[in-house]
Every structure is written in structure tokens, then in C-alpha cells.
Design a protein around this ligand. Sequence first.
Ligand SMILES: [Zn+2]
Length: 1010
Amino acid sequence: MHDDQALTMGRVTRVLAERLRPAIYSDPRPLELAAHVVDGEPIPVAEGLGAEYAPMSVGDRWGRAWGTTWLRLTGEVPASFAGRRVEIVADLGFDVNMPGFQAEGLVYTPGGEPVRSLNPRAQWIPVSPEARGGEAVEFFVEAASNPVLLDYHPFLPTEEGDVLTSGDEELYRVRRVDLCVFEQEVFELVHDVEVLHQLAAELPEESARRAKILRALNAALNRVDLQDVPGTAAAGREELREVLASPAEPSAHKITAVGHAHIDSAWLWPLRETVRKVARTSSSMATLIDEDDEFVYAMSSAQQYAWMKRDRPEVFARVKKAVAEGRFVPVGGMWVESDAVLPSGESLVRQISQGQRFFKEEFGVECRGAWLPDSFGYSGALPQILSGAGYEWFLTQKISWNQVNRFPHHTFLWEGIDGSRIFTHFPPMDTYNSQLSGEEVARAARQFKEKSVARHSLAPTGWGDGGGGTTREMLARAKRLANLEGSPQVSFGTPNDFFEQAKAELPDPGVWRGELYLELHRGTFTTQHRMKQGNRTSERLLAEAELWAASAAVRAGRDYPYDELDALWQEVLLLQFHDILPGTSIAWVHREARERYERVATTLRGIIADSLQALGAAGEADGLDAAPVGERLALNAAPFPRRGVPAASIAPAGPAAPVSARAEGESFVLESAAARVEIDGSGHVRSLVDLASGRDAIAPGRTGNVLQLHQDFPNMWDAWDVDAFYAGMRDDLDGPADVSLDGDAVVVRRKFGESAIEQRLTLADDGRLLVIDCDVDWREEEKFLKLAFPVAVFTDEVVAETQFGYHRRANHANTSWEAARFETHAQRWFLVREPGFGVAFLNESSHGFDVARESAGRDVVQNARFSLLRAPRFPDPRADRGRHRMRFGVLAGATVESATEAGWALQSPLRAATGTAVPALATSQDPAVVVSTVKLADDRSGDLVVRLYESTGSRASTSIALNGFEAARVVAADLLERPGDPIETTRTPDAVLVPVALRPFEVTTLRITR
Ligand SMILES: [Zn+2]
């Protein structure tokens, strides 16, 4: 036979696009259109429904950036539509290629019932499944004219990303608003043809199955009259019945489709718009659940449900009903899909405890797995945090975005820094927005790394970000793909169902040890520094507020501020969302986040002051503003004793270590009993000597405290990415500087480009730690500022603090995996060390860093660099420009233990206090075991909760002293504070001692009944 396959493929492509799809709707009748343009921010639904409307016509422009326009659609169903399914087709000027990134609407009945979302991929409103004819039609649409910020020429700087700078131009033009007959048989024909056509495109050209499918498609199109598609669709379908009925091969890959919409909690739109995006998508999904018995939809983020409950109760009621039926499935259990490397360990715990509590209280549901498809890398602390919170599985797909290396597994056990393992799946389709196209399902089967031993994968299915979620077209594809020869098998199910099947078929999965580093978006450890600083300040103040409020409750009987602390935690957890804390949102989002962080800090300082007052004490200003402490009462909020003040207490401080600052010729010297620092006339550190060992940290012939400026213009994703080639253009800021003495500090002032920096170098922390306070006026564009210390330490790895422990990362480039990690992140410190000597680099709020190995004769120098500031122009054209205060520390002669301690001290300085001494509630007897959290229990029983972890990577056996209160019963609890086994305690005259034995990096929670 002659081969006509290519001809048939081309025929189907054209007929589908130009004849079959347009024939799904017939007999269009224009509706009357009227509009109410809202002045400013969105208004309540009732107000929108009751507003004054002015006539509007198809072809009219509407919608300035970030505006809201209420539309009213009215008309009457013609008598000729009787007995037919009738829908409205409303095209408000949509671009089908950009669902979620442009105009969207939520359709309401005149009575205020939410109907469904109106968006580029679902431009329809159901009117009647079987019209009578003659009935009146009236709908309202709350339409948002969000501007397109990421379009066909992506990453161009734009002023549209903030309502304060966006333009007045109306961005959209109404194309049609018609009442139509929905031709069900044509819809079915379209999907029969499309699914087979897409399958044929994936099959080998020589395959018999492909030839048979194309022959059937050709025959089907021969039966369809292009001038009367509705009248001939059934005949066309008849020709396809046999090829559609041929079942899948026994070894076919199986895909569990999970209805989903990845809705970023803020990104290229402000937080308030996310509330509406969630309401729109959720109403569509509730409607789809009503219409299709097999459909299951999963939505993460307690915050998004809480928003609906607060602002769109009519939508929330529908969601709640669908959750009760098991069809609308809360997943992930977290407050938001947070960043997974930058938040503290306690924050990650609270993401889960706050999220799970909401799901439990609202729906009686506990999520069994973590759902973070899009966060930018995953800390090696997560397996322990997730399993310690009772999770059974973890899902992401983001590592498929790696620039260089392909990850070796899709279903595997992920082992954390402490050895905890969690069953993990990466959907091999490499997307969280599947449409169930032939190409996607074939890709999943083709790429699935465990295919020799397993056959199940998961596909999050639906348009995200307000694009509307899962569509009826996706369901139509899934039904045809359920059991189809040549294709993977697709069926809808819940994530828990999938994970049960995946575990059952893969009893002995492969293991990936350590962090899941994303080889992309490496700028997010640094971009929008004020986000990082706001988060760290909030985390520190939250810990302190809980500590002193718990102390006040236990020692002074004061009420514990449960509601206030919950609200503050939820605010901080929201801002840890994976486009806010990483610094990758529009200007509006970051402006609002800065204001929110200010309010959080003010409220927390109030709680701390009130709690201290109840204890008869008061503390002075905290953080970067803390004044030096004399020999008097001092407040120590850190979990380590300092200057005679025990951890987490208020007590008289011992004398500060004497430090001298003096000029010596051209240089300046800072000196204490522990360290000697020499700073040259250009403000660079010529030597940094640890006097105990006599070792100079600075490499011979080199200087530290050198600012280095790089051009920073990545190929894509400006706020997210720093590409490896950035290192090729480096400008060392070694020009003249103004260096002077000011008390016990050396002050270095330097100008560069349009910017200026003042650095204040002091010896703090008992004279051992070189502290560098930076005050930067940053006015560069597309530059990356680093602060370099070339140190004389021989090693091929860097130790970097993460949540509840540390990562160890090779810092050579032997393999592509190591080479791709040219910029990484730390919590409070990173450390380069050789046996007997190490240098720690501490930050108060800057996570990004790199350590490059540089040849120096036969020696190797570690050029350790803090990442200070970036200046991307998309999506916030002025990201990071302006004034920044940031604090760094360099500790010569450091170990993991001293770095951990100094990291805490740097961000939480000892501060002056007045009033009476306050003893710590709980104290660790071993410095390696850190008491990181002291609070009252979430269940409001009044129990004290103490969280602690082993910080050094060794086994520990010690005891926790509970001081000066009656501890009736102590039990070990999980991270959600659920009680486990009781612990036998012993008593001393002043304390109850709780024995604890910890594995390396183990986190444990004690629950103490008073
Ligand atoms: Zn996302």
C-alpha cells in the first residue's frame, strides 16, 4: 500500500483546528452587556451585584491594570434552543496561550451564587443542560484586568508590576458574548480525534498501531461533512470506535491524574489577587466535581482555604461539601507551599503544624504527604521534619528544572542529613500543569527512571495561577486514555491512592542521600534582601516572644497570647511562600511584604515587653540596634550562655572582653585576648589571627573584606537566576577608601559606581569574632555584590548550616554535579576547616555564598564570599535598590560547635536589661544539644513544649534541666506535639532533669505537664 500517514496527520491538524473545534458551539446569539467599573481595589460581591451598570458593547475596551470591572450579561434563551444544552461563550479579550497571567473572572448568579471561573481556557458559562426556550438569562462577572507581565518576550523590565506605577491604558477588548448551543456530539468527536491524533504522533512511524489509527482517522473525516459537522459527528465517531476500544498493553505505564491548579500565593500579582484566583478556580473545580463522578481535585496551602473562608464564604461552603465527599482533597498539610531552604527549622515545623491544624479543624482531615512541586531546592533537614510530623510521602517535580544534571530517580527514598528517609515521587512528566496531552503522557512513560521495576506515576493535572484548574477537555482525554493501546493508562485518583500503589509496587526503592539542590534559581538566596532580613528578624522575635510569654505564663501566671502568636506565625509563614521569601515577585508584593514584616516586628516586640514586664524585667532594643552591654543585668535570648548569662535567661553579665582599636602606621589594629585583626589603609583585612592557635586565617599575600562586583545578567529569570558566567566579569573594589577609628571600631567608607558602603569592623563575642556591620546605599543595576575572604585552609568541602544541622558540600568541580553548585546557601553560617583549624562565616540575614578553591603555588586558598546584594530588573525593576543594613561575622579558629554558637549570637546579641533576673525554663547540659524552642502547647492545655536538636552530627546523651517550676509529667512528643512515651525524670533541689539521648542531628520535642 502507498504510505499516506503524513498526509492524514496534516489533514487532521487542519480540520480539527478550523472545522471541528469551532463547531462545538452553534447558533450564537449576542447577549446584552453592561459594566460597572470599580474605582480602586476590589469591592465585596454584594456591592458588585448591586452596583450601577452602564451599557457596553462587544469590541469595547475595558480594564486598566489591576482594575476590577463587574459585567452584567442578560438575554433570553430562544425557543429554537429548547431541549439543547445551552452555554454562554464569553471572550473578554483572552490570550489562550497565557492562562493565569491575564484577565480572569468569577461568574455569579444574580443571587450571589458563584458559578465558575471565566478564563482563557474556559470561556464558557453553563446556562442550562436542557433548555426550555424562552427563559431569561442573567449572570454577573467580577472581571479582573490583571496585566500580562511575562509574555512572548519574557523578562523585560516593566512598571506594570505595582498599582502605584502601572498605566491607565485599558488592556483588554471584549471579543464576543454569545448564547450558544453546545454540541455534545461534536465535543466528543473532537476528543476522539485529538486523542488518537496525539497518540499517533508519539508512536513509531513504522508501528502497525499508528498506521491503523491514521487509517481510522482518515475514514472518520471522510464521514464528516465540513458544512454540517453537528449533523455528521456521530457518523465520524463510528469509524473511530474500534481503534478507541483496543486495550492497553499489559506493561503500559499507569498515570494517576490528580486534578490540580498550582496557584502561587503571590507572584506576578499581589496577595489580594490570589484570594480571588483561588476562589475562581475552586468554584470551577467544585462545579466539575458535581458534573463528573470520577474527577478528584487536590489543593494545597491552608492559607488559601483560610482566605476563601474569610472573603468568599459562598465558595468555601461548596469546597467544604466537596472535601467531605472526598473529591476536593487538601494536600501538603502546610500553611503555604513555602521556600524549602531559607526558613528556619522551626518555621518549617510550623508550616506543617499550622497547616495540619487548619485542615483538622475545618475538615477533620490530616494530610499524609508533603506537596511542594515548585519550591527552589529542598534542604536535607526535610526528611526528618516531614517524617517527624507524621508524613508518609513527599512530592516535587522541581528538580527536573536542573540546568545541568538529570536526577537519577522518579520514585525513591530521600534520606536526610540525620538518616531519616521519606518515600518520594517526582512526576516524570516534569510538570505540575499537565493537560494530559499525548506528548505529556508519552513523556511520563518514556522518562520514568524506575520503569524496569515499577509502572506508576502521578500527573498534577490542570492550569495553575488562576488559569482555571482542570478542564472538561482534560477529563475527556483521561476517559479515552483509561485503557488505550499504545498509550499509558490514565485514571483520576488521590495522591494518597497513588502513593499506596507506588509503595506497593516498589518495596526496595533507590536512595538519594542529602539535600535536593536545584541547579537553577541560585539568585534566590540573595535577591530582595529585605525579605530575608524580615524573615530572620521575625523568626528570631517569634522564638523570643514564645520564650518570654511561656516564662511569664509558668512563673507569673500570665495568660499566654495564643491567638496573637498564631496570627503572627501565619503571617510570617505566608511570607515564606516560594515567590516572596526568595524575592521573585513583583514590586507590589515585596513592598507589601516589607510593610507586613514591620508590623510583625512591632507586635512581637510588644508581646516580648509585656511578658518581660509580667516577669518584673525589661530589655532594651534588639537586633542590629542592640547597644553594647555593660556589667549589669543582661538579656540573653540565645540558646547558649554568654558572659555569665545562662541561655534563655536574664542575669547579671560578666565583664566584656577588653578590646583595643588603634592605628599602627598606615594600618589599623583590633586586638583582644583572643584575636588580632590588621586592617590596611584601603580598608581590607590583611590578617585575622586566632591567638589561641597563632594561625592567621587570611591567606599569605591576600587580603579579606574585599568587595567584589560582578556583572549579573542571566539568560532568563532575572530575579531568580545567577548563571555561571557571572564569575567571568569581576571588579575588585580596591580603590581608595576612607578608613578611620571610631571608639573600638574601624570604620571603612567606600564609594563605587553610583553606590556607597560604610563598614564598621569590631571584635565582639568575647573578643573572638570579627563583626562587620555594613550600611549600603545600593544603586547599581544588574550587578552582584560579594564580600570576599581568601583564607588559608586546606579542604575540599564546605560545611553550611541548615535547619537543625548542617550540609557538607564538596567545593571542587570534579563532576558536573559539583560544578553546578557554584552558588549555595546557609542558614546562619558556613565553615571551611582542616583538622585543627577552621574559619566560620556568619550572617545575620544573608543566605547566599560561594567558596572557590584558588591555586596559590602548591597550596590552595579558599576564597570564601558572602553574597550581599543583587540588582535584577525583572519582575521588580528596582529590586534591592536603596539602603541596606546587614551584619556579617568571621570567626578564626572555628568549629561546628563555635560556629553554631556564634551564629546565634550574631543575630541575637546580648542586650541590656533592667528589673529582676529571670532564670531559663529549660537548659541543655550539653552545648551540642540546642534548645531551639520553648513555648506553650498548641492545644492550649497549658503544657510546656521544649524542642531541641543535636547540632554537631554526633551522638549525644545528656539531660535537659527544667528550672524552678513543678514538672508533673514529661513525655516525648512528635513535631506536632502529639504525646508519645513518658520519660523518667530525676529531681535536684532546683530542677527536674530530663534525660535525652539523641542521634546525630536528631530533633526531639518534650511535652511537659505542669
Ligand atoms: Zn510556584
